[in-house]
Ligand binder design. Sequence first.
Ligand code: SF4
Length: 336
Amino acid sequence: MDRDAVAVVLEQLGEPRYRMDQIVRAQRAGAGSWDEVTTLGKPLRAELAGHAPLWSAVPEERLVSVDGTVKWRLGLADGRQIEAVLIAHAQGRRTLCVSSQVGCALGCTFCSTGTMGFGRDLTVWEIVEQALIAAQEADSQGARLSNVVFMGMGEPMQNLLAVFGAIEELHRPAPGLGISARQIAVSTVGWVPGIAAMQDFPLPVRLAVSLHAADDQTRSRMMPVNQRYPIASLLSACRRYCDKTGRRVFIEYVLLDGVNDSVDDAKRLARLLRDGRFHVNLIEYNATGGEFRASRPERRERFLLALERAGLEASVRRSRGADVAAACGQLVTARS
Ligand code: SF4
């Protein structure tokens, strides 16, 4: 829903504050329209229906991967589209990958979203509704939405106020989703002012930084943002974040065949990160129709071994949902 518009109507009508929570509870329980919010009286429902739809993000397509990953294409009230992805893990846990913008302005060359250009920022509630839809899906599978990662469409740090607002709602006990802050991750391509702002955010969410290369030339080829915030300034911001919060930073590194996956690259990366406040996630590349190919398994293993020998903590993150274009770097919609 357009929460601001709904809040104004409730206030103008002199309704008590708990009305908003009643509406959120109804959304969480799966109400599809104002008519189904039966905890509100009929006249109030009719009044609200005249101002805003109950949902601001509506599933238009739902695809299920052979590995159980679910991807939604969601239509927004202004006709634009976003995508959200729910990934299944063992023990009934589910991770939602949420979008924070329609499209993206940063144009990373390995990423489908980057080809769309920038549409607009999402509102707090357009982000939260992705989680409400995912929580219903998890419930229907007898599972629970346990983790949320801001790794979908868009650069979350360019829409940080809405991202912070959404995190507060995701974390809030019922009727919020009650997700532990430590199970929420914000991922950035290295938007340095955003990393500085994250230092002061009171909830201990995780910070993930997409580094993807150990030298500026390679990184600039993959990520134009590197010309604005090169590796040295990015890692300085990460270290300030570690100092201030006492938390470590997760470094994301997508392995591209012959581009950034040599043992020398691994050694350079280890030198950059050697003071031990980082954990490296190596990511399998997913085809996006561009110039890059995935690293071969033997190169990936050698890269991982070189990092470990240098004393870095590292792991390989397996790709999920690639058959329905739900994997990292594959999210794209027609309407931005
Ligand atoms: S990787 Fe992230 S920041 Fe880069 S183009 Fe894709 S969505 Fe934007």
